[in-house]
Write a protein that binds this ligand. Sequence first.
Ligand SMILES: Nc1ncnc2c1ncn2[C@@H]1O[C@H](COP(=O)(O)OP(=O)(O)OP(=O)(O)O)[C@@H](O)[C@H]1O
Ligand SMILES: [Mg+2]
Length: 497
Amino acid sequence: MFGRRTNDPAAPRRAAPPPPVAAPVAKPVEMKAATAPASAAAPPPAAPKVESPVEAQRRHSEEYYDVKTTVFNALIDTIDLTQLAKLDSAAAREEIRDIVSEIIQIKNVVMSIAEQEELLEDICNDVLGYGPLEPLLARDDIADIMVNGAHTTFIEVGGKVQKTSVRFADNAQLMNICQRIVSQVGRRVDESSPICDARLPDGSRVNVIATPLAIDGPALTIRKFKKDRLKLEQLLKFGSISAQGKTLLEIIGRVRCNIVVSGGTGSGKTTLLNCLSATIDNDERIITCEDSAELQLQQPHVVRLETRPPNLEGEGAISMRELVKNCLRMRPERIIVGEVRGPEAFDLLQAMNTGHDGSMGTLHANSPREAIGRIESMIMMGGFSLPSRTIREMIVGSVDVIVQASRLRDGSRKITHITEVVGMEGDVVTLQNLFVYDITGEDANGKLIGRHRSTGIARPRFYERAQYYNEHERLTAALAAAEVMDEDGNPLGENHG
Ligand SMILES: Nc1ncnc2c1ncn2[C@@H]1O[C@H](COP(=O)(O)OP(=O)(O)OP(=O)(O)O)[C@@H](O)[C@H]1O
Ligand SMILES: [Mg+2]
């Protein structure tokens, strides 16, 4: 039968078959009561199913893993994986199905049709995909997958982190899958190079840190790529921003303010940057610089650049700083830096300062004030021997607006500040909140209640710019409509909350 290994010793075998987990068990293995012959199998379920508690229980059963190991090892010994790799996924599954059914009969494994289907699905996932991760990868509602060693996997759904019943046979299987993921982008992860960033074919961002650095087994973190990235419209629907806030963001993007999106890990910075980039006109030349390409710009004139880590000999790295510097020679109209982490902050500010209005970047900080401090320290640590005051003046001359994203304790993501960089008072950079989010309470389910509002500032610093783009009336109307008055009829100011 096609797909079986030939006796030809020259026939290549697949380089990294997944998890040979334990020694094969030769004796017949029994799983619960048999209800049907193995060959009467129905086609595998196409879509991932929600696990019932019974299924979850079975997934945990050692017995199941023993059977799977037995069948899996027999399959690997039987099948010609190089030939299999040439088939499309449906044909390969069919081939595996035939052989697994035969193995089950030959080994005298007793199992129900449902069990056989589950086993088949698991084995196909192991051979053709990412093993136990497959059902999680197939779900679109998951934001992050966090594997902490073979037996513990968490996911983030709807802003909440929860434990799953997904487990790997052992750390070797997990490591094998990590290896398979990173090898697709030409990288390697092992004890000698235990940290690796990679990307799945669908664009999901992957980080692996292996033992001995990860003490309890390899840690794999996946930020799932969303095919349909959230748009400002959806952020409005989720309550992450109000209608007036949305208008304000659209105007800020449109009138070419230089924007820094600030936020903590997973707070929605990249999503927000993507939303803001949607406000850019179609005739502008945009250059994006990212560590791992995540942005999905819809404009026709975009050049996407990505940094490169060093190769196995430790050479050939291209840093973000080099990319941003190179950008300036590419006649950009807008420069977008996915995440500013280091000395490239200096080059981005330079770009913002020298005619590339409307450039944008994200950085990791918990408030607009902290974002200023972060930029300053990134530049200082980059070895530029500039006095603090000069750096601050540079920031004031470059950054127009800071948009703060936050993931609140109830799991919801909000835009908590739209803040202007106004100027300097003495040695201090002055900021002015235009738009804020106040938490006003908490409902019985622990969900936070709050409101977005403007702070009573009618003429932001970029007002003239808005006038130039004929957006000033919309700007004034949005700010006025978002005011919240106190008992005396005065708008609540910047720090009320
Ligand atoms: N306002 C929002 N409402 C609901 N989900 C959101 C919102 N913003 C972002 N998300 C989701 O949260 C997850 C993290 O978002 P994103 O990648 O933008 O965060 P980040 O701050 O860039 O993270 P990191 O620090 O890891 O780069 C994504 O799955 C995204 O779809
Ligand atoms: Mg991000």
